[in-house]
Design a binder for this molecule. Structure first.
Ligand code: ZN
Length: 352
């Protein structure tokens, strides 16, 4: 379908886009005389050429179709026909206000019916598909309103941000109707230089977006109207932000609870200690009781995730970590400990 308005119908007839109906008719007659199949032994080339000029001719003498074609191709023509119509309208308005006899009105001129060629109906049906008929009244735009497409973007946030909420400046690349050709793609018959004939341009926009607290991994935030711009009165698309919550370097999420593993030294395990444990909101001091074993779990109440009035805990698993290199002094002290203790902790395994 596109090829019809991408064809230069004026060039086919050898006229300029400003040609009036008389010029179109005489150009067609001249061309038709030369390439009519009857005078060219019905060669396929002459049939094709005659069909082409006839199609162009029938199209251009139809005022409505020509108008739409010109709009799409970006031809702006001041036409005598238009000003004549305006004069007639003004006259009509005048006669109404002055109660003049309607006799003075000019009957509306209808263009004389041209005899149709056999393929004109085919051509017309193609055009009807291409340009849906309007009411015959003032058709301002050649383009129907078209809605802008939605834009989808991914946004990565930290767990802490997912919990407390955050802000992000989002760079959105969206398309807008080309301001030069107003989405018509053509200007005076050639492709618009600004949008290269696409009818749209790309625009960068910075948006400051609020990400609400307690957002879950994979949730989507919709920002209305910030998608691609609609054309000719069409609605703008929306912007969708898909939230990706990054894995925490230290904390794992388990429902509303957070979990972590914390190393402790053998003497902290034996003697007890207060250790510093990172949480979602900062650090807390946690008490390790004397005689703590490796793998023992502790609960930091209320340090998990808060949601709908409920609050999770942070579960801390401690691991006794043995230093790989110990000093001679440390070694001596361990020897001392060994000699002080005479308990056999593997007693129970003896008969197992
Ligand atoms: Zn353009």
């Amino acid at each position: 379908m596109k090829e019809y308005f991408e064809k230069d119908l004026y060039e086919i007839l050898g006229i300029t886009y400003e040609a009036d109906i008389a010029k179109i008719k005489s150009a067609y007659r001249k061309k038709a005389r030369v390439c009519h199949p009857d005078v060219n032994n019905n060669t396929p080339e002459s049939i094709r050429e005659f069909k082409e000029i006839t199609e162009a001719y029938e199209f251009l003498i139809d005022e409505n179709k020509r108008k739409r074609y010109d709009e799409i191709r970006g031809f702006s023509r001041k036409r005598a026909e238009n000003s004549q119509a305006k004069r007639a309208q003004a006259k009509q308005a005048y006669s109404k206000t002055t109660n003049e006899s309607p006799k003075t009105e000019q009957p509306r001129k209808t263009p004389p019916k041209e005899e149709k060629q056999s393929f004109s109906n085919v051509f017309n049906s193609i055009l009807d598909g291409l340009f849906p008929e309007d009411d015959g009244h003032e058709k301002k735009k050649n383009c129907k309103p078209s809605n802008g497409r939605d834009i989808n973007l991914n946004v990565s946030i930290k767990i802490e941000e997912a919990i407390s909420g955050t802000h992000r400046t989002i760079n959105v690349l969206h398309t807008e109707m080309c301001p030069k050709c107003e989405g018509r793609r053509f200007i005076n018959g050639s492709k618009c230089p600004m949008c290269k004939g696409t009818g749209e341009i790309s625009i960068h926009k910075k948006l400051n977006v609020k990400i609400p607290a307690n957002i879950k991994n994979g949730s989507k935030i919709r920002i209305a109207n910030e998608g691609n711009k609609g054309c000719h009165g069409g609605k703008n698309g929306d912007l969708y932000l898909k939230i990706e919550v990054e894995e925490h370097s230290f904390l794992k999420i388990d429902g509303l609870n957070t979990c972590c593993e914390v190393p402790i030294t053998p003497y902290e395990a034996a003697l007890g200690a207060n250790i510093d444990v990172p949480t979602l909101t900062g650090h807390v001091s946690m008490k390790i009781p004397a005689g703590t074993t490796s793998g023992q779990k502790f609960r930091l109440s209320g340090e998990g995730i808060e949601e709908k009035g409920k609050r999770g805990d942070q579960i801390v698993t401690v691991r006794i970590e043995m230093p790989k290199d110990i000093s001679n002094e440390e070694k001596e002290l361990y020897e001392k400990l060994k000699n002080l203790s005479n308990r056999n902790i593997r007693e129970n395994l003896k008969n197992g």
